[in-house]
Design a protein around this ligand. Sequence first.
Ligand SMILES: [Zn+2]
Length: 152
Amino acid sequence: MKCPACGYPESKVTDSRPTEEGVSIRRRRQCLSCGKRFTTYEIIDTVVPVVLKKNGTREYFDRNKLLVGLLKACEKRPVDARKIAEEIESEISNSLRTEITSAEIGELAMERLRTADAVAYVRFASVHREFKDVDSFVKEIAHMKDEDSTLK
Ligand SMILES: [Zn+2]
């Protein structure tokens, strides 16, 4: 941040507070060379994580894409797909990670669906895990039943 008076590149921050809208930070600065005081406004850059997809391409995380998959899985089921998508989004953004794989996002979704609704879970898992055959599908369901019975 160059001093507007002398152009010196170093300044110290004497005060820092968010603006009323909360989208930028107002900083009072003082030039380390000439002592001139000036104010800067810095836009808060929300970190949108990059999703590394199975085919090796990267794209910015898009809640709507996740939501489409969840809505399909939750069709006619008593599950709030939107709420789940929001929870996953905030979990990812709270982790402050800049990159996440699509497989990890899928796992986050399955964790939630598993406890929310078995049918929605199996639907989502069948797409996400790409069950190759009936056997692996049956195994997954058997696995769920095992876990259920250990809970009771
Ligand atoms: Zn200066």
